[in-house]
Each structure stands twice: as C-alpha cells, then as structure tokens.
Design a protein around this ligand. Structure first.
Ligand code: R2B
Length: 360
C-alpha cells in the first residue's frame, strides 16, 4: 500500500513538473520574443507551436512510439529525423513505398548503394515508414482512428527530432462528386458525416469538436503548380466529405446493408454537391484537425477513381488506377522541388539547389 502511494505521489510530482517546465519554457520564449522583437527569429518551436502539444511528453523518458516501432532511447531522433521537412501519408504501405522510390529520383537524391530503402517500422507490423532525405513517407490505413494514431506518433516524432516547420500531406484516392475519374482534388475544407467542419473526438464520454482546418495558402500553391493542359487531367479545389464508412456512410447502394433507395442517394449527392463538396474520402477531418492542433501546415490531395453521380462500384482497370495513383505524387513532388530547389517548373534555369540535400 505504502509503495503504491509513493509511486502515485512520484507520478503526480512528475506530471506537475512537466506542466510547469512546459509553461516556463513557453513563457521564456515569449518574453525573449517580446524583448528582442524583430531582431530575434521566432523560436523554432513556436513556428509550428509545439506549445500546443501534450505537456506530459516531457515526462516520458523514453517516449515509445509503439505503432511506429520507435523510441527516443534507442533512436537519436534529432540525428536521424532532424532534417525532415515533408511528411507524406497515404493509405497503403505498398503505395507509399512506390512513392518513396519515386521521390528519390524526383528530388535527385543519391542513396548510397549500401543504404537500401527500408521500412523503418516494419517490425511494428502496423504502418510503413520510409525516410528519403528530407521526406518522411508513412502509410495511414483506412479511416479516422487509423490515421489519428499514426499522426499522434508522427507529430511526436517531428517534435522530438526538432524538425523545422514540417509540411504534412495526405495523398489518396476518393470518390468524386460530379468530377471525372482521374481528376485531382485538393481539399479546401473537410466536412464530417454531419457536414460539420470538425473532427469529433470522444474524451471521457464527452464529444469534443476539433476544428478540421487546412492551410489555404498551401492549397492554392498546389493548385498553381497544376497544369491541366500538360498534365492531361484537371486539378480542382473544393470541399471534401469525410465519412466514417465506405458504404452507407458514403451513400452507396452496394454495401451488405442499405437503408435507403437510389432517389435518396442522388438527393444526398446533389445536396452536398450544391454545398461545394467535390469528393468523399475517410481521413481528411482527422488529418486536418490533428495537424491544425499542432500548428502544422498541411494539405489533402486525392485522385477521384469514380464519379459517384454515375455509380458506386470501382471498375476501372488496374492499369488506369495505377496511373491515377501517380497524380497526387507528381504534384507533391513538384511542390517539394519548388521548395527545396527554389525552382520554378517553367523556368528551370532559375533553380538554386545549393541547399538541397543530395542535389545533383
Ligand atoms: C479512400 O479509399 C479508402 C477506402 O477504399 C479510404 O482510405 C479512403 O479515404
């Protein structure tokens, strides 16, 4: 009994210390910033507000990122991940491995022959994680709960690694609403199943509504990098309905159960289309809410593999779907090249790639 009591007290003291430390650190930063004004850079942590993160993290030694099979004791996070500037998430491990390989050539990285592309989280048997230079590539599975878990751990990873203002992307597939299959959709505003711009998290039985906000400037920058004439497909900006289910949650008629008729389905699709919804998928509200809470700039780019106004079943041939898969990857690679090489795609001679890792 005495032992248990002592342990509890120790834990409480530890919790309090963590809270006080985090507050003090933040107050010090703010005082320095106010005193020195524009002479001082905004402290690194303030740019993406690690101040919003869980104060109890300071108390964890080590912090175990269970699903990524990483911990802060056996991995030197600043050394291994400190240079990460982009974190890209997509549904499956296989797709993300392809993306990692694609990025190697797109940003001109030269992987040493000895360093094979390796799934860092393979032994966790949950998510795939690859690092190619300044780009971290992860799979997120299907739906809000799955992406939420990997995002908690990736946000902690970039925090522990002291990464500088990382940008997060979710790339994936979606059902288009009134757009051609193959159209690339950049999300302006994710909406949940009740058409609210939030991600609902139930904490201690109480629903909490977290704002699901994405970086509008980043979305516009991405649109500006698209080139429908050359690309051969459209890239559009619009609202995304994020459902908790693939079938009834997205008003499909082909699930194991269906409690409505085709008229009700079309009525619903038309209603959301009139609100500016151009696609449906299953992760954008969680992704937007968690990145927004951390103050991380983020964008969602999905390719429509079907026009839901015309049907429910995905029947495009595999080779067509493969081609569709590459479209978000190509746009994200363009953005990375622009940032890393300060390069305008239309004006390649003006590239300055001196600060880009592995630049040829
Ligand atoms: C799009 O495709 C998946 C379901 O097939 C899901 O992750 C999504 O958002």
């Amino acid at each position: 009994m005495g032992d248990k009591c002592e342990k509890n007290m120790h834990k409480n003291v530890c919790d309090l210390k963590a809270m006080v430390n985090a507050q003090n650190k933040r107050i010090d930063e703010l005082i320095r910033f106010i005193r020195e004004g524009s002479k001082t850079d905004i402290p690194q942590e303030m740019t993406w507000c690690t101040c919003n993160l869980n104060p109890y993290l300071e108390c964890l030694n080590p912090d175990i990122l269970y699903h990524l099979n990483l911990d802060t004791k056996s991995t030197d996070f600043p050394k291994v991940f400190g240079d990460v500037r982009f974190v890209c998430l997509g549904g499956t491990g296989a797709r993300m491995e392809k993306f990692a390989n694609f990025i190697i050539s797109e940003i001109g990285l030269k992987l040493s022959m000895a360093v094979e592309l390796r799934n860092i989280s393979a032994d966790g048997h949950r998510y795939a994680l690859f690092k190619v230079g300044p780009v971290l590539v992860a799979s997120h599975g299907i739906g809000g709960p799955s992406i939420s878990i990997v995002l908690h751990e990736l946000i902690k990873l970039v925090h522990h690694a002291k990464c500088q203002d990382p940008v997060f992307f979710r790339m994936g597939t979606c059902g288009g609403i009134g757009v051609e299959p193959g159209t690339l959709v950049i999300t302006s505003q994710p909406l949940d199943g009740q058409l609210r711009p939030v991600y609902e998290v139930v904490v201690h039985t109480q629903p909490q509504l977290r704002p699901a906000l994405l970086d509008q400037a980043l979305a516009k920058e991405l649109i500006a990098l698209s080139n429908p004439c050359e690309d051969g497909y459209d890239t559009v900006l619009g609202k995304t309905l994020c459902a908790n289910d693939f079938y009834e949650g997205q008003s499909r008629l082909d699930g194991a159960f269906c409690g409505y008729n085709p008229q009700k389905k079309m009525c619903f699709l038309q209603q959301i289309s009139q609100m500016g919804v151009v696609n449906m998928e299953m992760e954008s509200t969680a992704f937007a809410a968690l990145t927004n809470q951390a103050g991380i700039r983020a964008a969602v780019i999905c390719v429509a593999i079907i026009n839901r106004m015309e049907g429910d079943q995905i029947n495009s041939p595999t080779c067509v779907l493969k081609d569709f898969d590459q479209r978000a990857q190509i746009l994200i690679a363009r953005y990375m090249r622009k940032v890393l090489f300060k390069c305008d795609e239309d004006n390649v001679e003006t590239c300055h790639c001196d600060d880009a890792p592995g630049c040829p």
